[in-house]
Design a binder for this molecule. Structure first.
Ligand SMILES: C[S@@+](CC[C@H](N)C(=O)[O-])C[C@H]1O[C@@H](n2cnc3c(N)ncnc32)[C@H](O)[C@@H]1O
Length: 274
């Protein structure tokens, strides 16, 4: 974002926004100096752990695109993307539109910058709506009148929780949120979830990263282990290849991507309600 651009109402540019930091990792320009400074700290911390925050973000975005494409190819026509992020390339509605011109997408986010940009981008796209909503209040999201008018709950739909649940640092709260969301899934509906994973990452570096995000809009971040991430899919059928580093989820291209669970990064999976 141009540093002289008008700041949207409700946006405090001096507090790093997790949405705008992610935009910075992805090479976007919808960010302010405080976002860039916090993101650069995370990039330096990532380096200590042997990874590149920008590449991790790109890999997560790649997973999102492949997962949505897979679901669209399997006939899913309705998507609820919670923690949608700032518009970038290959946004959900653009991916699904290639498969079905009348697909329905609901973008939900609690960051005013995201809402302003998403609404500006979508303008008059009739199949897509943007809602202000907080993942911490899943009932309010699912009972929102605009969402209920847009999504036909008698037809399969997908809920996307991609790189957002780790911004709910309290383990018990995060688990309850996903339970509430799973309860809303109908047969044939899907959950797409990706989540920061600590692996065997250096604890001092992990703590340093947590300190950076404690000053951001989310108020914190919590990487979780494989059993915790697995528990989010309880009662669902996890599609192949299971819960894996996002870059190893149905990669495209000739090379095999190893599913190395020792390295810190982001794990992801797609699961179906039977
Ligand atoms: C790292 S970005 C991920 C964007 C996109 N899902 C992706 O994976 O490419 C996280 C997004 O989640 C949003 N977010 C964080 N906490 C949230 C909450 N409690 N409720 C709704 N959105 C939230 C942020 O504003 C941000 O846009």
């Amino acid at each position: 974002m141009d540093d002289f651009a008008q700041v949207p109402t409700g946006v405090n540019p001096s507090i790093p926004s997790v949405a705008r930091m992610y935009d910075y990792y992805l090479g976007g320009t919808d960010n302010f100096p405080a976002d860039r400074e916090a993101a650069e700290k995370m990039i330096a911390i990532g380096r200590q752990m042997g990874n590149d925050a920008r590449e991790v973000a790109r890999e997560n975005r790649g997973f999102l695109g492949r997962a949505v494409r897979h679901l669209a190819e399997s006939g899913v026509r309705q998507f609820i993307d919670i923690g949608a992020g700032l518009p970038t390339q290959e946004n959900v509605h653009q991916v699904v539109r290639r498969y079905s011109p009348d697909a329905r997408v609901v973008y939900v986010d609690n960051d005013p910058t995201v809402l302003v940009h998403a609404r500006a981008l979508l303008g008059d796209d009739p199949g897509t709506i943007v809602l202000s909503g907080d993942l911490r209040s899943p009932r309010a999201i699912f009972d929102d009148q605009a969402l209920r008018a847009h999504i036909d709950f008698d037809q399969p739909f997908a809920v996307l929780l991609v790189a957002v649940l780790h911004f709910v640092p309290e383990d018990e709260v995060a688990a309850q949120i996903v339970t509430r969301i799973r309860e809303r899934l109908t047969p044939g509906s899907h959950l797409v979830l990706s989540h920061i994973y600590q692996g065997d990452g250096d604890q001092a570096a992990v703590s340093a990263g947590q300190r950076v995000y404690s000053t951001a809009t989310s108020g914190g971040i919590s990487g979780r282990d494989l059993p915790q991430i697995t528990s989010y899919f309880a009662g669902l059928e996890i599609l192949d290849p299971g819960i894996v580093p996002v870059q190893a989820w149905r990669p495209e291209g000739p090379k095999d991507v190893p599913a190395d669970l020792t390295r810190p990064g982001i794990l992801g999976a797609v699961a179906r309600m039977g």
